[in-house]
Design a protein around this ligand. Structure first.
Ligand code: GLU
Ligand code: ZN
Length: 306
């Protein structure tokens, strides 16, 4: 099978145990299929980025023997590609400029699956006359009143009605930042990604991405959304919940922990990271992964954040 997978970190800080789990699972699934594993830096949001974080992430992946194929792609260098995709969607009559204030959006919107569903107030505004709008607009895409369903290898069937659950969503923000939803679809297509293995926090975004793939004539990859790794309060490990950066002095034991979370405790006591990953590749089976959130406290008896 032709398999191209990827890991797409946002360089807003160091990798932590949760992002290591995503990296390892996407790596193992690719290698077990004899596929490629690409790395893409999702550095679209300069204010949220930390200087040196992208290089540090790559260094950490190498330290764990998570060797990627090909050159790393940086989203910060691909604005022209996102612009071209927006123009394509505009030519299809799917894009409009929105000048609503956050306050207006909140007060006129309804509650959706991922925040407020926008009330389509600005749908009548044309794309290319921002100078007539009085202020810099955001650009939204019109979504259909139709159910978008897909089968996730881990979660099972999942569906959303974009009009009801999400609403017309922003592809280019008024401050000039490209939305993750557009960039990820454009880049997954450009890199020929066939399989996406990522955290369940992104499941809610997948119907939007499948919709954009359809509009941009891009294939829909296979999806597997991994259970989240949570702390003792049941919160996802992230920068916000103060997940500790990975300690490279403990890399083999951290990798063993992650493999244990993935139901692959490695029975090779002296293995280094490369050997552990090699063993795990041979024993990898997506269908044996846990399906629900993995609490690091329950699994280990200790909270690895502190
Ligand atoms: N950059 C996203 C994140 O770090 C992941 C995007 C994706 O895998 O689609 O959460
Ligand atoms: Zn508006």
């Amino acid at each position: 099978m032709d398999y191209i997978g990827r890991f797409a970190p946002t360089p807003s800080g160091s990798l932590h145990i949760g992002s290591l789990l995503t990296a390892v699972a996407s790596f193992l699934d690719a290698r077990a299929h004899g596929g490629q594993w690409l790395v893409r830096m999702e550095d679209l949001d300069p204010p949220r980025e930390v200087a040196g974080a992208a290089d540090e992430i790559l260094h950490t992946l190498e330290a764990f023997a998570l060797h990627w194929d090909g050159a790393v792609i940086y989203q910060s260098r691909r604005h022209h590609t996102y612009r071209a995709a927006l123009e394509d969607l505009y030519a299809q009559g799917l894009i409009y400029a929105c000048t609503c204030s956050r306050k207006r959006i909140q007060s006129h919107g309804t509650k959706g699956a991922d925040g407020t569903v926008y009330d389509v107030h600005c749908r009548h505004q044309a794309f290319r006359q921002p100078e007539n709008l009085g202020k810099t607009p955001a650009y939204r895409i019109i979504v259909p009143d139709q159910t978008i369903a897909f089968h996730d290898a881990l979660v099972g069937d999942y569906a959303q009605n974009l009009a009801r659950d999400i609403g017309d969503f922003v592809l280019l923000r008024a401050d000039g930042l490209w939305a993750y939803q557009l960039a990820v679809v454009v880049d997954d297509a450009a890199q020929g990604i066939t399989h996406i293995v990522r955290g369940q926090d992104l499941l809610i975004s997948t119907p939007r991405q499948i919709y954009l793939q359809g509009c941009l004539n891009a294939p829909t990859p296979h999806y597997a959304h991994l259970p989240l790794l949570t702390n003792r309060h049941g919160q996802k490990w992230s920068k916000q919940t103060r997940a500790a950066p990975l300690d490279l002095n403990r890399k083999t034991s951290l990798l063993r922990q992650v493999l244990t979370y993935l139901h692959l405790p490695a029975p090779i006591p002296d293995g280094d990271c490369a050997e552990l990953l090699q063993w795990a590749t041979l024993h990898w089976d997506l269908h044996h992964l846990p399906r629900t959130a993995i609490n690091t406290e329950n699994t280990l008896g200790t909270d690895i954040s502190s």
